[in-house]
Ligand binder design. Structure first.
Ligand code: DAH
Length: 338
């Protein structure tokens, strides 16, 4: 006849082998191997056994524990695998997955990033100013007379408190010079606003990059070199650049820049690109009076400034026919620039 421990072990093994769920398995473990389990009880009984019996029972006890413990681990694995298989049976792995949709940058942002990176290579730092501005920063400080047509209510969005939505980013020239003495070398990308009738080439909100360079002995040569380099980097080395005399109140002399390039759509024509000029001494004087010093002495310092229309630049670079696409939020348009 087999020993009682062997019978216990066999009973445990068959119960464990037949366990159909985790609770039944756990109950069997507690019954045989738990603190008060029937196999564990033999450990307490060892003390009372005779010298001859002790090694025999000790050996049986070890064997019973080892084999029951191993059987429990095996059954636990079996139950876990079965549970997983049941869960997976509900999933149809032949269904197409849900694709992760990658976003992309808006064409205007791409244009801006390209322009900024070219100017940064020439040492221009980024500057910024508010979209809601004072009349002084937008007009007076920029040598624009009180009766200038741009100040007309029909052209500018005025707020009830007398402030306005800036009509150009040239305001940031003034903000930058108020804050810091020369030398200055900044670009200021940002939005500008005008009460324009919306059509294929006009919008009430548009985007510009303003530039300002102030140092000793800055010349028109510096202005030309800087902007020619920029336009060649942007549109390609074969691009022709033309400086045409123009008028802006805050620069003297002033120019408009046109480009012509076979690489561009409509490239057989001269395309207007940018306003620019040498900073008017009256602008330096306005800044000095706001600062309360003579940091921008027009006899010592000179500078150039420019304003680039980013929407127009992006339209030319990407061959976009209508400005309104930029704000229409139409994925068929936006995806072309992904
Ligand atoms: N602010 C002008 C505009 O919006 C563009 C411009 C022209 C900016 C000449 C300048 C400049 O800095 O020097 O039409």
């Amino acid at each position: 006849m087999s020993h009682e421990l062997e019978q216990l072990r066999d009973a445990a093994l068959s119960e464990i082998g037949g366990a159909g769920d985790e609770q039944t398995l756990e109950a069997a473990r507690v019954r045989y191997l738990g603190r008060a389990g029937s196999i564990s009880a033999w450990a307490d009984r060892m003390k009372s056994l005779s010298k001859e019996e002790k090694p025999v029972v000790g050996k049986l006890l070890n064997e019973a524990r080892t084999s029951v413990t191993a059987a429990i681990a095996e059954a636990a694995d079996r139950l876990r695998a079965a549970k997983e298989a049941r869960e997976l049976a509900d999933i149809d792995i032949s269904l197409p997955g849900t694709a992760a949709e990658l976003g992309s940058l808006h064409p205007l942002t791409q244009m801006l990033d390209r322009a900024i990176s070219i100017f940064r290579r020439m040492g221009f730092a980024l500057a910024e100013g508010p979209d809601v501005e004072t009349e002084w920063h937008c007009f007076d400080a920029l040598n624009t007379a009180p009766d200038h047509p741009a100040r007309n209510e029909q052209d500018t969005f005025y707020l009830p408190d007398g402030r306005l939505l800036r009509t150009h980013t040239s305001t940031v020239q003034i903000r930058t010079m108020e804050k810091a003495p020369p030398p200055i070398r900044v670009i200021a990308p940002g939005a500008a606003y005008r009460r324009d009738e919306v059509d294929a080439t006009h919008s009430a909100q548009f985007h510009q990059i303003e530039g300002l360079y102030v140092d000793e002995k800055v010349s028109i040569g510096d202005l030309k070199g800087t902007l020619e380099f920029f336009l060649h980097e942007l549109f390609g080395a074969e691009t022709q650049v033309r400086f045409r005399p123009h008028y802006f109140p805050f620069t003297e002399p002033s120019f408009e820049i046109d480009v012509k390039s076979k690489a561009l759509k409509g490239g057989e024509k001269w395309l207007e690109m940018c306003g620019c000029g040498m900073v008017h001494p009256a602008v330096f004087e306005q800044v000095n009076s706001a600062r309360g010093d003579t940091a921008y002495d027009p006899k010592k310092w000179s500078g150039f400034a420019f304003g680039l229309g980013m929407d127009r630049l992006a339209m030319i670079l990407f061959g976009i026919p209508d400005l309104r696409y930029f704000a229409a939020n139409d994925l068929r348009f936006l995806r072309q620039f992904a």
